[in-house]
Design a protein around this ligand. Sequence first.
Ligand code: ADP
Length: 259
Amino acid sequence: LGGHPKPSNAPLKPTGIKTVIGVASGKGGVGKSTVSSNLAVALAKKGRKVGLLDADIYGPSQPRMMGTNTRPASPDGKTIQPITAHGVTLMSIGLMLDPDKAVVWRGPMLMGALQQMMGQVAWGELDALIIDLPPGTGDIQLTLCQKGGIDAAIVVSTPQDVALLDAKKAIDMFQMLKTPILGLIENMSFFTCPDCGHEAHIFGHGGVQHEAERLGLPLLAALPIDLDTRLAGDAGTPVAAGDSPMAQAYAKLAQGLID
Ligand code: ADP
């Protein structure tokens, strides 16, 4: 990923990958990266060959969430060998750059890096590539959709109005670009008190479901605020790798996509 890559017009989807699913959100902090890593791990646990591409170039979190900082090798100077973590083939710009330095790139550099991460990474044969997209409706999403880099999208939102407002824009973008949307995921949907079992709707209630119904899209999951999910993400062992109720929720989500 060195040098100054030049954008090209070649189709972005690597040969050998059956389905590319983009995980999107309107704004940051709603759990898009958490859902991406856990979905990838849950699909891998079901015996699927899965890749995870961290395309959140300005804020890559997958090295942390998948628990690796191994720099991918490039023995021939052209092909990049991805890393394997928790049974998932992983590539992130965060593995190539100094984690403490900001990525200060203009569009063409960004596009070049995206093309390299899709085209020069030795992804091999995969049933599914999950792409953790940057939040919003910027260049990366636009290019991936317009250049055949994504087969379908999943949109993650919390029930909070400000998140939902932006999620609607992401949905609108995919619809404009004619990228099929598999469905919506409501993350941080509710919090169950560990002491008394009371369910608190900290970020509001029902917003994502209502939006899914309005658009005729499936609500793929409503995932609670869960301490283990946060701890596991920070520790680099996605919660889906274990066998907790959250792991089962991700297994169910993965199975729903397989079916
Ligand atoms: P995004 O990719 O949308 O910016 P992240 O996946 O990085 O969001 O999540 C933001 C923070 O919220 C992370 O610290 C993550 O561990 C935490 N988080 C995400 N989903 C949940 C959840 N369901 N319960 C608890 N914490 C969560």
